[in-house]
Design a binder for this molecule. Structure first.
Ligand code: GTP
Ligand code: MG
Length: 688
């Protein structure tokens, strides 16, 4: 059995297009796991294997693999950088022991890199920073490093000094050993030793001294030795570095250019040397599902088995594939207990994931990522354990959806479409179907338009079902501002028995949210008791379609005050009609107005975007309620009419270059300003 100390579990994350997948491909190839260097751009990537990914040349979902390097087994997950698929990234971060953070080496243009840094910091993950795309024009290692140091609380410390820049990036000087390494020209990703270029010797000495001092400062014993002797041995430096990284005090930095496979072996070495084994991490905290008491698991092989599911994939033929990370203990056999669903689950085999391939395995240890097929109850976020040592870990909440479209089947076969979508809900927790009772539309929610486009393509490929999306209707309502007293009289005489109902009602507004009240004030039986509820029924039916644009009417009180009846011709039906006639007349006479839903929004944006976001909110009729600083972000709270933010997500992304996010929840109904009422009424007229 493998020693857990030789396992690494890490997540590769970084801003969009920072070269995560290309780095993963280079690591796989250099370690010998793959026989050719996969490329994102020509669709030959092992990690981006979904047709939707190869079509776009980008990662859309978390993809797992593992490789061997210097007797270590490194399990890693390559994650999407785009905000549309950020849930995949968050769930993968949740179960990782460490992070490999990628930033492009040309300073700036880091898009949502800040969000990725926050994920790492929130989970206190020891982290290795790769400055990627070193071979590109304008790549400037020192400048990028300085910018990151100034912006993020990562304490980045370079392990290397690059030799050559851009296309001429040929090798590095290792600041720990002082040796120079040149990249092999055969694209193998490995390095060979060589002389330190003379023009760099001064800089190497200066940076090496700084590195030593920096590391010494993180450790009492080392600082003593350093102050006494003025230096540390290579071994002390390496051990000090490892300790400081594991404690999250510094982030070692490695340069690389993965597309031409330069620097991969350095990244692999650093992963083995400086990132934690599962057993180097603190105990994982959970609760005993029976008692609710806090319990913990040491991440070693001797503890009882526990694992957490971080991804589920829906396959039309193979069924559901559940992907989990082992947290403690070892797993053999064919069953485990799901403590989130409180049920035992059986399976055939478990597999290790190698991109899209799955390889059977017989024992799982802490840090390993594995998959099982066809579980019945298990979903993403669930805890798996043994029945005699139950534990449940916190499941991560998916970030709320930021966009909703009305969805129908393009073919008209809604039943087939919704059955297919509900199978996709398993693998994608931001995806939700919501029935909107007032507009009778079914809404599908997601993180952005691109997210829903990808869902649409997957539905077509996997289940041959096609969605038709439209911008959802706004559930407007109508109400009154004034009072009225009117008569509703229904009289019909045609041949035999006639119909007669006659009522007088008074109508007055109720405060917003007051709904509807009906008060029976008839005295002396001018309308007999059995017909009075019929008047109310007639009103309630008529309330469904208002007089302005046919939206439901709300927030008023109706008094039934007078009326008359006929001993033969009166009936419940006749009074119902009278009630509805009276209602319509009363609304017309009570100054009817249109109401629109207003949402409370919480918008998180970097400080330098606040002005633009505020300006944009202003143009959307938004009212800013307050602003608060959280870490490096400003949190704006505002109320904005729903009609103005139906497609806010993509707009916020373009205003903030992907660095903003928001959540919106219904707050209240408010009057539509006069100048917009006619437009809305005209739009409804055009539709019907
Ligand atoms: N010149 C050069 N181009 C690179 C390098 N690494 C990646 N690229 C290119 O940059 C683009 C993005 O690379 P990916 O590896 O897909 O980046 P990613 O971070 O996985 O992107 P997402 O998954 O979409 O967030 C592709 O066109 C790559 O070919 C590199 O080292 N040098
Ligand atoms: Mg990628």
């Amino acid at each position: 059995m493998q020693d857990v100390g030789y396992i690494r579990n890490t997540v590769i994350l970084g801003h969009g297009k920072s070269g995560k997948t290309t780095l993963a491909e280079a690591l796989l190839y250099t370690s010998g796991r793959t026989s050719r260097l996969g490329k994102v751009d020509d669709g030959s990537s092992t990690m981006d294997f979904e047709p939707e990914e190869t079509r776009r040349n980008m990662s859309l979902s978390a993809s797992c693999n593992h490789l061997s390097w210097q007797k270590h087994e490194i399990f890693f997950t390559d994650t999407p950088g785009d905000d549309n698929f950020i849930n995949e990234t968050r769930f993968a971060v949740q179960v990782a022991d460490s992070a490999v953070l990628t930033f492009g080496a040309a300073a700036g243009g880091w898009g949502n890199g800040e969000k990725m840094v926050d994920f790492v910091l929130e989970r206190h993950l020891p982290c290795l920073l790769c400055l990627t795309r070193m071979d590109r024009e304008r790549a400037d290692y020192a400048a990028a490093l300085e910018a990151i140091r100034a912006t993020f609380p990562l304490n980045p410390v370079s392990l290397f000094l690059p030799i050559g820049a851009e296309e001429q990036f040929r090798g590095v000087v290792d600041l720990v050993s002082g040796m120079a390494w040149y990249f092999q020209e055969d694209g193998s990703g490995k390095v060979k030793g060589g002389p330190v270029p003379e023009e760099l010797t001064g800089e190497v000495q200066a940076q090496r001294d700084r590195l030593m001092e920096y590391v010494a400062e993180t450790d009492d014993d080392l600082i003593e030795k350093f102050l006494e002797e003025g230096k540390l041995s290579d071994e002390e430096l390496r051990r000090g570095l490892r300790r400081a990284v594991l404690a999250g005090r510094i982030t070692p930095v490695v340069p690389c250019a993965s597309l031409s496979n330069r620097g991969s072996s350095l990244v692999l070495d650093a992963m083995v040397q400086f990132l934690p084994a599962p057993s180097d991490r603190p105990a994982w905290l959970g609760v005993n599902p029976a008692s609710g008491e806090a319990v913990e698991r040491q991440p070693n092989a001797e503890a009882p088995f526990s694992a957490q599911v971080f991804k589920t994939m829906a396959d039309p033929f193979a069924g559901r594939l559940t992907i989990f990370r082992v947290i403690s203990g070892s797993l053999t056999g064919d069953s485990f207990y799901n403590s989130s669903k409180e049920t035992a689950e059986r399976f055939g085999h478990f597999f290790l994931l190698e991109g899209k391939e799955q390889k059977p395995a017989d024992t799982l240890l802490p840090g390993m990522v594995a998959a099982v097929a066809k579980l019945k109850e298990t979903g993403t976020g669930d805890t798996l354990c043994v029945e005699n040592a139950k534990i449940r870990y916190d499941a991560l909440e998916p970030i709320p959806a930021s966009i909703a479209y009305a969805v129908r089947a393009a073919s008209g076969d809604d039943e087939k479409l919704f059955a297919a979508i509900s199978r996709m809900l398993d693998e994608d927790l931001t995806l939700k179907l919501v029935r909107e009772p007032q507009t009778h539309e079914v809404l599908i929610t997601g993180t952005g338009k691109m997210h829903l486009d990808v869902v649409s393509e997957r539905l077509k490929r996997k289940f041959n079902a096609e969605m038709a999306l439209t911008v959802p209707k706004v559930p407007y309502r109508e109400t009154i501002r004034g009072k009225a007293r009117v008569q509703g009289r229904h009289k019909k005489q045609s041949g035999g028995r006639g119909q007669f109902g006659d009522c007088w009602i008074e109508m007055e507004p109720l405060p917003r949210g007051g709904g509807f009240e009906f008060v029976d004030k008839i005295v002396g039986g001018v309308i007999p008791q059995q017909y009075r509820p019929a008047v109310e029924k007639g009103i309630i039916e008529a309330m469904e379609k208002g007089v302005l644009a046919g939206f439901p009417v709300v927030d008023m009180r109706v008094y039934l005050v007078d009326g008359s009846y006929h001993t033969v011709d009166s009936s419940e039906m006749a009074f119902k009609v009278a009630g509805s006639l009276a209602f319509k007349k009363a609304v017309v006479e009570s100054n009817p107005v249109l109401l629109e839903p207003v949402m409370t929004m919480t918008i998180r944006v970097p400080q330098d975007c606040v002005g633009d976001v505020m300006g944009d909110l202003n143009s959307r009729r938004g009212k800013v309620l307050g602003m608060d600083s959280h870490d490096r972000l400003e949190v704006i709270t505002a109320q904005v009419p729903q009609a103005e933010i139906l497609l806010y997500g993509p707009d916020l992304t373009s205003i903030t270059a992907g660095r903003g996010s928001y959540a919106a929840a219904f707050s209240h109904y408010d009057e539509v300003p006069k100048h917009l009422v006619d437009k809305i009424i005209a739009a409804v007229g055009a539709e019907s």
